[in-house]
Design a protein around this ligand. Structure first.
Ligand code: TLP
Length: 345
């Protein structure tokens, strides 16, 4: 059977042969009892890469963000986040369902919230109002087409947070993509925030898992919340072993994904119906508007599928994501399919 060129997400990446070998050979123990040496190794590597005191291995990025917000906040509080953020839009209500805090969403410039606008929305507790306790950032910013949020913006928001005694959590699901695209080490972004969640299971290709990093006491509290959410896993070194390969061998390869995304964006941008500025494609995510005289967005996605090219609808647009398991031939196939469908309709 001919394979599909699957651009739906970098979450579709399969583990590498080196990961499968490492998984087979992993030394394991009961991680809930603190006995798994492979998990410990992964957690100490994650903490040191980000320049933080400690780390916790969690089953998913969503759980990592949910735990961080639960630990940093209390009921009767409000958190500030960006209006297109993954936490607000794509994580199935854990803000209200688990943390019971109020979200205050602010618009941004490609993911970078205006520090003055943030300052204006910070609230002190009163009989009428919640206290603002946390700011959440995202880098790269998924729904802003993988935009890299500038370090300068992090620094400005840190200054505001310090002025009012707020914490900052970073959804760094794709922080290594941000670092490679900007040339700024991940530690420098991490230094501006109190906690970071980053994913092993996206472009880095591990089958499962994300890391939460921060101060010792935060991670100790996070470990308790993880257990309460049912995320304590036993001989999970078999999965952590793949995470170690992800962090030690798979980071630099993300550059290829950025190059392919840019090539794809440049080739499709001039075609009829495509609303896209290829100069906005900084990393591995291409989100574009679709407005064609003969084809609806959904018809176009179906026709692409018939040509063995998969993409996802997002909002009223379409998302293509490049990753380890799409190569130059897949990109060529997608470009050919776009031309056949859009120039002939
Ligand atoms: N994003 C997924 C989907 O949920 C949309 C994807 O295909 O891009 N933060 C960011 C910025 C993310 O993009 C994602 C996953 C998460 C957190 C959640 O990670 P998981 O899927 O491990 O819970």
């Amino acid at each position: 059977m001919e394979k599909y060129s699957d651009f739906r997400s970098d979450t579709v990446t399969k583990p590498t042969p080196r990961m499968r070998e490492a998984m087979a050979q992993a030394e394991v123990g009961d991680d809930v009892l603190g006995d798994d040496p492979t998990v410990k190794k992964l957690e100490s590597l994650a903490a040191s890469l980000m320049g933080k005191e400690a780390a916790l291995y969690v089953p998913s990025g969503t759980m990592g963000n949910a735990i961080a917000i639960k630990v940093w906040t209390q009921e009767l509080e409000e958190i500030i986040l960006e209006s297109r953020s993954h936490i607000y839009n794509m994580e199935s209500t854990h803000l209200s369902f688990i943390s019971r805090v109020l979200p205050r969403c602010l618009v941004s410039q490609r993911g970078a919230m205006d520090p003055d606008e943030v300052r204006r929305h910070i609230r002190q507790a009163s009989v009428h109002t919640p206290r603002t306790s946390l700011i959440c950032l995202e880098n790269t910013h998924n729904n802003w087409s993988g935009a890299v949020v500038p370090l300068e913006n992090f620094k400005a928001l840190r200054a505001v947070a310090d002025e009012y005694g707020l914490k900052i959590h970073l959804d760094g699901a794709r922080i290594f993509n941000a670092s490679l695209a900007s040339g700024i080490p991940v530690k420098e972004y991490a230094a501006q925030v109190d906690s970071v969640m980053f994913c092993l299971s996206k472009g880095l290709s591990a089958p499962v898992g994300s890391m939460l990093v921060g101060p010792h006491d935060f991670i100790e509290a996070a470990r308790r919340v993880r257990k309460a959410l049912g995320g304590g896993m036993r001989q999970v070194g078999v999965l952590a072993a793949a995470g170690l390969v992800a962090l030690t061998e798979m980071v630099d390869r993300l550059r290829e994904d950025h190059q392919r995304a840019r090539r794809l964006a440049e080739a499709i941008a001039p075609l009829p119906g495509i609303e896209l500025d290829p100069n906005n494609i900084e990393t591995n995510i291409i989100i574009f508007g679709f407005n064609h005289p003969q084809l609806t967005r959904d018809e176009f996605l179906v026709r692409l599928r018939e040509k063995k090219v998969l993409a996802l609808p997002v909002g009223t647009g379409i998302r293509f994501v490049t990753h380890k398991d799409v190569d130059d031939e897949d990109v060529d196939r997608a470009i050919t399919a776009f031309k056949e469908l859009l120039l002939s309709s």
